[in-house]
Each structure stands twice: as C-alpha cells, then as structure tokens.
Design a protein around this ligand. Structure first.
Ligand code: SF4
Ligand code: MSK
Length: 650
C-alpha cells in the first residue's frame, strides 16, 4: 500500500522554532493540528467576521447584505453587530467570574475547616483585602476573617440594590464616571443575565445603549470577578514573587514522567505541584523506572503554577496539541477554558491519557475524574500515580522533544513591585512614577491575550514588546502573550535589558526590575488594572486612569474572554489596540463608536492594527499625547540652588 507523502506546511506557522518543528512532525504523521483545520475553514464566513449574521430567533437566521439591510424582525446591522458583541462579553465575563467563584468557594471551605489540605498561605494579603472591604480584623484569627471575606465575595456575584463593592478598588474619579454613565454592575451574575436579556430578540435595539450595557458587564469581569479571583488565589496559594524557570516544549523530559496541566483554575494544579514533590510520589516514579516527575503547564494554568512554584511552562495556547505530539506526555490534565476538543483525537495517536477534571467541562473521549477540593491532595496523588503507571507505555521510538527551551523570570504581583521599587522598608510606586514623570520611562503598556492561527504565532507579541521597550516603555504582560515573549527570551532581565532603550534600562537596573514584567494569567489582568490604579494613587500622573500615559494591546487574541478584557480596559479609560478587529465591521456606527467616539465617553477606545511596529507607534503616540496633557513633557528648567535656597527647602 502506497503511503501518502508527508505534508509540507504552507508557511512558518510560528516565530517559535519548536512549534514549527512539531507542526512538521504532525504533518509527516498525518495528524491534524489547529493550522490544518484553520486552512480547511477557508474562506472564513464574511457575515461572521463582519458580525452581521443573526440567529437570535427562529424566524432567522438572518444576514445583512446590500440587498437585505434588515433582518426579518427589522433589526439592522447596528443592532445585530452590537448584540453579537455583547453576547461575547457576557461569555467572557462568565468564564473569568466562574473561575473566581470556584476560588471563593475554596476559600470558604478552608475558613469552615472543610478545605482539606488547602490553607491560608498569605495571611497578610487576607488582612489587607479584608481591611479594604471594611471587615473587622483586630483580635480575630485568620479563618474568621477569611470566612467573612469569602461571604462578602460570594455576595458580589448575586444581584444587589447597590453597585459591586469591589468597584471601589478603582480611583474615585473613575467610579464617579461609571456612576454618571450608569454602567456600574450590581452583581456579576446579574450583569451577565442582564446582557443575555437585553440581547434577546425584541429587547434592546439601540446600538449605543447596547454597547454601554456591554461595558457595564465587562466591568463586572475586570473589577469584580477577575479581581476577586486574583485576590483569593494570592490568599490561598501565596502572592507571587519573582521566580526563575524555563519555557517551551524542550522542558519536557526524556527520562521523567511528564504531566501537563492545562486550563485555568489553579486549585488542582496547586495540589499537583505539592504532591509531585512528595517522597511517596517520587519513590513510586523511581520504582517504575522514571528519573522523577516533571510537572509542566500549558496556557494559564501554566502561568499560575509558574508564578507560585517556578514550575516550567511547556507552551501557550497553540502548543497544546504539539505537547502531546512529542510522544512524551503521560497524562494531560485539563479543566476549563482554552482546551481544544481536538486533544481527544491527538491522544489517540499516542500513549497519553487525557483527563478532564472540571464538573462543568467534559469531553466524551477524555477520562472524567471530577476534582473535589476537600480531597484535593488525594486527588492529585491519584492523577500522578496514573501518569507514573503510564510511563512504561511511552514508545521511545516515537518521542520527539524539541531542543528549544528558554530561561525566564516571572512572578510580578503589584505587591512585589511595590516592595522592589520601595526597598525593604518602604513599599511604594514612587520611583516608577518619578521615572515616568521625568521621562526616563515614557509610559506603561499592557500586552496580553492569546495566540491565533490567523497570524504567525508569537510574532506580534514579541515584535510589539521589543519595539516598546526599545522606546523606553515599561511592558506588563499576562496569559499567552507572556509565554510567547518568554519563549523569545524577553522575560530574562538580561536579554530584555539589552533590548531596552537606554533610559528604561537605567531605571530598571537602578530599581531591580526587568523591563518586561510577567504578571500572571488571564484573570490576573486585574493586576494590570491595579498597577494603573497604583500609578494614579502615587500621585503626579493625573487623578484618573484615563490620564495615565499607558496603553494596552492584544495582538493575537482569540477568546471571548479577551473581548471582555478589552472592554473593561476601554471602560476604565484605556486605549486598546487589537491585532485584528472585533466582529463589528459590518456596522460603521458600532465601529465608529468603539474606535472613535468612545474616547469622549470613557476616555478609552479601541483601535485595530495588525502590524506590531505600527501598533507600537500608535501606542507611543497615545502615551505622548497623555504626557503632553499631563504637562510632563514640558522641559523643566534646571534650577541652581545656592545655600540660602537649600536651607529654605529643608
Ligand atoms: Fe433575524 Fe431578527 Fe430573529 Fe435576528 S432576531 S434572527 S435579525 S428575525
Ligand atoms: S490561556 S484566554 S489563550 S491568553 Fe488564559 Fe491564553 Fe487567551 Fe486562553
């Protein structure tokens, strides 16, 4: 029987050599990857990309065309694109917030003494959060405070007469604006429900009113659901501090049991990280001929265990199939979000076992072992044993682990940055504000989001980051963007400093931070919101988030969570550049509202720009405009002080 010739990839799919190598191997073995399926979907539906396809009722589906400018009910392109966009925001908000809910539940179990091996790892963070939300802390033990905080956070999900209390994390002026615009959410769940209601057939038809509703829901994501997820993760698992580790498929081991954790919720992976280092598990691995246990991550679970344990990252979103294709993974453990259904097909070609652990996320071809936090440690041991038992099934002749792996430093929470900038005794953002005010740092950029087969993966993340640090902009990162830059070496202070502009380098060296700071997973974009809030609070850079010389970008985004994130940044007054447009281009009005008019409403707006170098220029132009408005670009006269004026200063 003639064998089919190996497939040749049409293009370099990635900036990352390990990815290209594995895609070639997949092609040779006729195993379909995300890039093959992307190609098979071409040409992609123009009605979909323009956002003018509506299937919200069963008179439809309807599509807006030059000949049919209205759907059967009379909805026009403005209403249809806005409604479709809002449903994406609702889904993104729901995803982040359900992640937050899971963590709040675990905190409550711990507080009630039913949390198994979970505990309060950072009591300072607990007390700091409790005090902020006016929970009594004096003369009370941690568990009592944790119970009050968990109940308070639980209350933030339900509908309430009052706006969400966590909105108070934002600067006062921003809160006042949200109130004036009537976009304060009053409960995460009700914000999502309201959006689903407003977008039901025959409810809200005014595209402007719809978009403002979308901003309201997105605030329930960034400043409520995600903010709570980040705080509770820090309390339970520890507030991240700088750690060194390694990244890319080359972190997989030839002689150890490889276990991949993939998804988003850190609860199980935290226990796996502990159990994998236990003597019991290590002895068992050795008894089966393995040199040890290698726990590595994909996507945001990777970021979580990296930030707190320094565990290696095997790859970002588009590398999940490729990790299995190495033939060296004993078990891939998945939970929620960004887990491709295709994994079930890829594991069939190898010895890898795919285990789904979330009660809400099942895959008919994966093994389902639903995670129970109260028995977290035993659960983790069971999964590790499963991997060890599978080690002898590994076919050494089919193992293809690329050589590529890179050093990185991650773990930059706001709390850590405060201490790094302020020194041991005085936590402060002051040196950062001063460096921005005197122009040595021009501003701050947040680069976040996924990878997407529509573009050469990692390339835009890396080029945009390089361009910005070269121009003396400090870069904060999360999610798969951070992993992309880590693979390219930009998360090693040494390499990044070498690429940074002279004045940014000087400041970073003086205060001991790298120019590209990895702040965590997708929910940890709330850390970027808080970093911006801290810049305002420190003084000298205006009194609202929209005054700051900051800009955001998601160059390779793909998920509905990214849509929600983009909107909460815009609702918070930020300028956000997306590498490809939202599905709204079928409506000139909606596009104009999001990309132009929004600036006069919230102070923020969207921009689409596929070219990372031009995106950097646009971000820098925005940063300089903000600097001009703050009048910090005005050259200050150097005053010569004589002895008299020095004495007057004292
Ligand atoms: Fe068509 Fe209107 Fe129904 Fe949408 S809601 S499918 S536009 S009839
Ligand atoms: S994992 S949402 S692909 S960043 Fe958070 Fe990466 Fe985007 Fe998923």
């Amino acid at each position: 029987m003639a064998t089919a010739p190996p497939k040749t990839p049409d293009r370099e799919v990635s900036r990352d050599a390990a990815t290209n190598e594995m895609v070639q191997i997949a092609g040779d073995a006729h195993i379909s990857t995300v890039w093959d399926r992307y190609k098979a979907q071409h040409p992609q539906c123009k009605f979909g990309t323009d956002g003018v396809c509506c299937r919200l009722c069963h008179m439809g589906p309807c599509r807006i065309t030059p000949k049919a400018k209205l759907g059967i009910c009379g909805a026009d392109a403005d209403t249809i694109t806005a409604r479709n966009l809002l449903r994406e925001i609702a889904a993104g908000t729901a995803a982040h917030s359900d992640h937050g809910r899971m963590l709040v539940r675990t905190l409550k179990l711990v507080a009630q003494g039913k949390g198994g091996d979970y505990k309060i790892t950072d009591p300072m963070r607990l007390r700091e959060a409790a005090r902020f939300f006016e929970i009594e802390c004096e003369s009370r033990d941690d568990l009592a405070i944790a119970l009050d905080l968990a109940n308070f956070f639980q209350g933030q999900f339900a509908w309430s007469e009052e706006p969400n209390a966590t909105l108070k994390l934002a600067p006062q002026k921003r809160q006042d604006l949200w109130k004036k615009l009537e976009i304060e959410p009053a409960g995460v769940d009700s914000a999502v429900v309201e959006l689903m209601h407003r977008t039901h057939m025959g409810v809200d038809h005014d595209y402007r009113h719809l978009i403002m509703g979308g901003l309201k829901c997105s605030l329930a994501d960034g400043w409520v659901g995600s903010a709570m997820a980040t705080v509770v993760s820090d309390i339970l698992f520890g507030t991240p501090k700088p750690v060194r580790s390694r990244v890319n498929l080359g972190v997989l081991s030839h002689d150890k049991v490889n276990i991949i954790v993939h998804g988003h919720e850190p609860t199980l992976s935290e226990m796996l990280a502990v159990a994998a280092q236990s003597d019991e598990m290590l002895d068992y691995a050795r008894s089966k001929g393995a040199a040890g246990i290698n726990l590595a991550g994909i996507c945001c679970t990777a970021n979580e265990v990296l930030m707190r344990h320094g565990l290696p990252i095997a790859g970002n979103f588009l590398q999940q199939e490729l990790a299995i294709l190495t033939g060296a993974v004993e078990v891939m453990i998945v939970d929620v979000q960004c887990v491709m259904p295709s994994l079930a097909q890829v594991v069939k070609c190898f010895h890898t076992r795919l285990v789904s652990t979330s009660e809400i996320a099942q895959c008919d071809q994966a093994e389902q072992i639903t995670f129970d936090a109260a028995a977290g440690y035993e659960h983790a041991c069971r999964l590790i044993r499963m991997a060890i038992d599978n080690f002898e099934q590994r076919d050494r002749d089919r193992v293809n682990i690329p050589n590529e792996s890179m050093d990185l430093v991650a773990g930059f929470s706001n709390e850590t940055i405060f201490h790094m900038l302020g020194g041991r005794f005085r936590a402060t953002f002051r040196p950062l504000n001063d460096a921005i005010i005197d122009g040595r740092i021009r501003g701050v950029a947040g680069i976040i989001g996924c990878s997407n087969p529509k573009v050469k993966s990692d390339d835009s993340h890396v080029r945009l980051t390089e361009e910005l640090i070269k121009r003396n902009v400090l870069v904060l990162q999360t999610g798969c963007a951070a992993i992309a830059c880590a693979k390219a070496g930009l998360l090693t202070p040494e390499a990044a400093l070498a690429k940074a502009g002279a004045s940014l380098r000087e400041v970073c060296e003086a205060v001991g931070i790298p120019p590209v700071l990895h702040m965590g997973s997708c929910v940890d974009n709330s850390r970027i919101l808080m970093a911006a809030t801290n810049l305002v609070a420190e003084g000298g850079l205006g009194d609202d988030l929209s005054d700051l010389p900051v800009a955001g970008a998601a160059p390779e985004w793909m998920s509905e969570k990214a849509v929600a994130i983009g909107h909460y940044f815009v609702a918070s007054g930020m300028y956000v550049v997306l590498g490809h447009p939202l599905y709204v281009q079928g409506s000139e009005n909606v596009t104009r509202l999001l990309c132009e008019e929004m600036e006069s409403i919230t102070g923020g707006r969207f921009e689409w720009e596929p070219d990372p170098v031009i995106a950097a220029e646009k971000m820098l132009a925005h940063i300089e405009r903000k600097r001009d408005a703050l009048r910090i670009n005005v050259k200050r006269e150097r005053k010569m002080f004589d002895m008299k004026s020095r004495r007057e200063q004292q």
